[in-house]
Design a protein around this ligand. Sequence first.
Ligand SMILES: [Fe+2]
Length: 316
Amino acid sequence: MGNELDLLGQWPFPREELEKMKEGVYIPREKILRFIHGKKNNTRIDFYVSNDLFHVGKMVIPAKGSSDIEVHNGDEVIYVLKGTLNTRIYNNRASKTSVINEGYLIYEDEKFLIPRGLKHRYFNFDDEPIEFLLAVASWKNSNSIIQSREDENRAKDEPEFGLSIPSWQGKYPFSPEEKKPAVLRKQDAISMIYGREPDEIRCYIYISTDEITLSDYWICPGAKFSPPDIHTGDEFYYVRKGTLILTNPDTGRTYEIKKDEAFLIPKNIWHQGFNFGNENVQVLTIIAPSLWSTEERGTEIAYTKKPVRFTGRLQA
Ligand SMILES: [Fe+2]
């Protein structure tokens, strides 16, 4: 038996295997890579995915607990699932003994961006454990920045609707040059309607840097999104509400992903989601490095800018 730590970077499968499989990977509880994290302060981390593009896991901080200080070579995004997360961001220029640092409060269902290279620490000041999804873009993925700059230049000449990458891709809430920590609340989301009549669904984009994108989408009971989707990065799904039925239209393989379960859709794999249940399905999605490129996009998109507006069968 090898060391569990050796599995980091190739969980649930190394890239070569994913490429051979040409299929998504269902990640139920039994397929989670679990660790105790931290030297001084112990937290729990459940990794769903750890590969060459991103590391995605759920962190649990016990009541009145905290993490060690950490720093990553990639942008980090957070989605708070349970409780209220306090974070402290250390000013890299401040002296080591400084007692004053910026703090951020992230409530349940809110999102947080920590740009690469910033030292940070998580705190739980409450009596209940807190849980949050976190994803860190992989530092190995150095061409993502170049890619998004190319797209940016091209996007200037393209119409706002129709076949185009959306104007926010790679630069929300900040462009690569201006990135800083940010808490993203519901009202900060960019609303996007994905799909073609009558199969539109609503999506909200919270964070889209040149390395990683965090969003969620909703499917009403009995609905689906169409056409199927495909991305230039790996996509991680976490079902927050309801039961998602997900199919790969290329192979016909179909999966049932229940609340609090996860799924990995490797890059360039088609996927289409359905809701056969009687409550809304909410799926949190994290994509690294990029959603769509103007070269390889396989899908038509139309999106709306703020303010958020819904029509017809799209319901709250
Ligand atoms: Fe997708």
